[in-house]
Design a protein around this ligand. Structure first.
Ligand code: SF4
Length: 241
């Protein structure tokens, strides 16, 4: 169930205060407000780069015990890839067993399918950034609860503010709910939204595609819309030897 507006506002205030405290502790004394993320330069501490800020954030995440998901994790999974204004940031739900073991996002079966999609678009995994809404694996691969999502998502929001992708691809219902507070992935997919001024395309999660292969067609159509938005065309399909 969606939180009441007052409760949601109160949670947002709490998360904003926490983020500001984190920035202050990191040496940031001034921030600009009122411009969309897509037009903004990342807020960096003196002498820091986006990569060092992302590494610092990953360190904070590695010690996080803010929700119950820390109890069963092997590794935190902050996400990885090109952190300096990549054309695309893919955002999924939460780590699975392989991701938990390796500390890397999307490295299991779903990750292999995502890698094929990325390649078909003409990119490499290293050229884009890949992350999740929750940074620790939920037991039995269940969906993160609304409380767990609300607790963890400030980390992702900090990453987006630093990375500033040109486009976000939200993979599946949890990513869409976490980022734009919308439900109904089947009706939302293929339609452009915005997250903090960044164009956001919802599409199905690769795990859903593995269970429902016919939906690959819809996902490819969504990804082609992303390419069109970026002024790109997919590379020619390689012929099998
Ligand atoms: S899921 Fe997120 S909030 Fe929960 S313990 Fe892991 S890093 Fe912290």
């Amino acid at each position: 169930m969606c939180p009441e507006p007052r409760q949601e506002f109160s949670e947002l205030l709490g998360q904003t205060a926490e983020y500001l405290a984190w920035l202050k502790a990191d040496g940031v004394s001034r921030i600009e407000v009122g411009r969309a993320l897509s037009n903004r330069k990342p807020i960096l501490s003196k002498g820091d780069t986006v990569e060092t800020e992302l590494a610092k954030l990953a360190k904070v995440i590695s010690g996080c015990k803010k929700c119950v998901l820390h109890k069963a994790r092997t590794n935190t999974v902050p996400g990885q890839g090109n952190g300096t204004r990549p054309e695309i940031m893919f955002i999924g739900e939460a780590p699975g067993a392989d991701e938990d073991e390796q500390g890397l996002a999307f490295v299991g079966r779903s990750g292999q399918l995502l890698a094929k999609m990325i390649e078909a678009m003409g990119y490499t995994r290293e050229a884009v950034f890949i992350a999740n809404i929750a940074k620790c694996r939920p037991p039995d691969n269940r969906q993160p609860t609304p409380e767990e999502m609300a607790t963890c998502i400030p980390y992702l929001k900090q990453q987006i503010a630093l990375i500033q992708p040109k486009v976000i691809v939200a993979l599946g219902a949890t990513a869409v709910l976490g980022l734009i507070n919308q439900t109904g992935i089947s009706k939302l997919r293929g339609t452009w939204f915005e997250y903090e001024g960044i164009p956001l395309m919802p599409t199905f999660h690769p795990a859903f595609m593995l269970r429902n292969p016919p939906c690959k067609k819809e996902v490819w159509s969504d990804l082609q819309a992303v390419l069109k938005h970026l002024g790109r065309t997919p590379p020619p399909v390689k012929k099998a030897d």
